[in-house]
Design a protein around this ligand. Sequence first.
Ligand SMILES: Nc1ncnc2c1ncn2[C@@H]1O[C@H](COP(=O)(O)OP(=O)(O)O)[C@@H](O)[C@H]1O
Ligand SMILES: [Mg+2]
Length: 642
Amino acid sequence: MSRIRILAENVANKIAAGEVIERPASVVKELLENSLDAGARSVRIEVESGGKRLIRVIDDACGMNHDDALLAFERHATSKLQTAQDLLSIATLGFRGEALPSIAAVSRLLLETRTAHEEQGTQVEFAGGKLVDVKTVGVPTGTSIRIADIFYGVPARRKFLKSETTELGHVASLVTHYALAYPEVQFLLKTSSQVILDCAPVDKLSERIYQVFGRQALDELVEIPASEGRVTEDAAWLDADEPAAKLGVSGFTSRPEVQRTNRNGIYIFVNRRLVRDRLLLHAISEAYRNVTPAGVFPVVLLFLALPYQEVDVNVHPAKIEVRFRHPQFVHDFTRDALRHALSIARPIPGFPAARVAAATASPPGLGFGLPGSPPIPEVGAYPGPPGAEPPALRSSVPAAEELELSRALEGPPGEGLGSDKAMNPAISFQTAVPPIAEMPATGTLPRAQAIAELKPLGQVNASYIVAVNSEGLWIIDQHVAHERVLFEQHLQARRKGELGGQRLLVPILVELNPRQTATFEQIGEELRANGFEADLMGARSVAIHAAPAGIAGGDAERLLFEILDGVAREHQSISLDSLQAKIAASTACHAAIKINTSLDATKMEWLLSELSKTEYPMSCPHGRPVVLRYPMREIERAFKRN
Ligand SMILES: Nc1ncnc2c1ncn2[C@@H]1O[C@H](COP(=O)(O)OP(=O)(O)O)[C@@H](O)[C@H]1O
Ligand SMILES: [Mg+2]
């Protein structure tokens, strides 16, 4: 019996149609989605000349019977939906019934397919959209599609294809995305000369990340603990007849030290569909605000799962944009899940020298023990002079395959699928990551406890506190540590509306430039809520009567300028949240203990105890590290005691 039907015109017309086939990677995307929709456990992708000469996708999915194999090439022929109502809850990656006819129209296509119920399979051949041949063949269950000479009848389009390497990069990026979304499926991507990706089925996303990106990448990530929220719990959306929809968030996100200059390391999946979504990108940057500096981006593999009717995927021709029914909830819930992950991660930077010594003694990566571990390159004795590139960092070069993958992806930047930059080949994970000064947090005390147990021994240069606990030796930057403490206290007090100012003995008169005056008027109320008491006197001057607690008289003026200029640099529409964070960060910076200040034991103990109570004790509001740790294990290794 046929599964595929032609959509009624009124349904077909409701579909956000558009250009589907733009380059080899778009063909691979459609074919892969078809294989996954059909329940493939294994997909093999072969390309020649970056897919320009040949693309083959072979799956072990349900296959098609003879009639379906032909029907599939009609426009709007699909087995995935029937009515306009079905469009409201799309559970499959495909739904338009347009891909196969569009691909057949611009290539030479050979399809071989068989269902488990049939003895014989079907072979269908198209050239430039015309059916050339249909016959019965003996083939395994599943589907194999071969696309030769993409755009061969459309020279104008063919001209727009980029170099082999670039096109291969797009294909590799695409396959990587799907490999991450479907760890239980086997993926093989090869060219005529090399295997680019070969992932056996695995149970967990972490194992798949390891297969695709290698160990270093995994070390840089923390798991986002799976959490679930009820979308309709929020009173504003509560609709009595509606069952509570659940939103699940999971995945991995990078430690604060991992800082990228672009968003290429951000992968967002909604119901296992790769999407590009501003709302979620915003939720991610909100989660990292005050954890990493402005202008840098984390690496994130974010998975959202929600009922199909909660998300409209029928809004973009390439199906990479979605619309949520409850965007605010999705945004806030995701942001909080990421913040939570970051707050438990609390990574601690180590001493680079300590890591070199440790690595010389025992190459990192041994004992990681996942199936299919790539060979770890040997780390020899450390030959270089101090300051040379430490072997600890070199030894984490990816295995041969991963290197090939990264190389395959080295195309000119800024070329995405179509004009879409967010879909860039994004897998240069290995090569783009700056070395990070960071130790995995396994086998150590919970962060807060580790810091609470620190016993300060003294200061280096009246600026850095030296302290010990059972984990080893720590150095704490006194200024940024205090900054983190004050920042969190200030922000908390502000949000509770409990912030008081400190009256200055003599009001300070300051001159503002026109821009500062405008900003002052715009954020005057928030400044008051933060402890400033300041009035405009005439057109240009402000009299400061009170400043946030902890700010010395002379600093009040500098702080005010810093806030006004900082806000002006942002665009006009700065959110209240980020305005408050900005003011808190500036105030904390001005009020914090400076470097070159001697502290007595009591003061140091107090500071460490306050730091242990913060939510993110490991980085200051501007993203700089607060502490360095030299773990016991590495001290012992460095002294050759084990
Ligand atoms: N690899 C495959 N295995 C089984 N069926 C497939 C496969 N590829 C395509 N089909 C069938 O062909 C139909 C048309 O595919 P396509 O043109 O991509 O449209 P859509 O995926 O939007 O339904 C699908 O609905 C599906 O029934
Ligand atoms: Mg499809």
